[in-house]
Design a protein around this ligand. Sequence first.
Ligand code: NI
Length: 134
Amino acid sequence: MPSVRLVRRYVFSSAHRLHSAELSPEENARLYGKCNNPQGHGHNYAIEVAVTGPVDARTGFCCDLTAVDSAVRRAVLDRFDHQDLNALPEFARLVPTGENIARVVWDKLIAEGLPLTSVRLQETRDNFFEYRGD
Ligand code: NI
């Protein structure tokens, strides 16, 4: 049974501040630079969610795209879009770096039961973070 990977792109806009409670103010300023600014800043994030499955002989589909869309909407977009990520419980003990956002999105979509193979988060024109689980 041939397996196909489906990749779907979604966008959301959020604010964040890179700041670790485990570091001193000086270390935070040195490590994160202007991203440590107490007022935070925003990004137009894009996530590319990849799911894989065998192509159903009857439908010709590898995955139920409607189910993927609703899981991403419910678990990620409805929670993160136009929010301050630092104020969300997901990031209470986690610095909302691109690396950690990609991992949190992965965990949320796994919990939704999606047959995930990767989550790619685009933070800026030039920055991407890809997570494929442990
Ligand atoms: Ni940033």
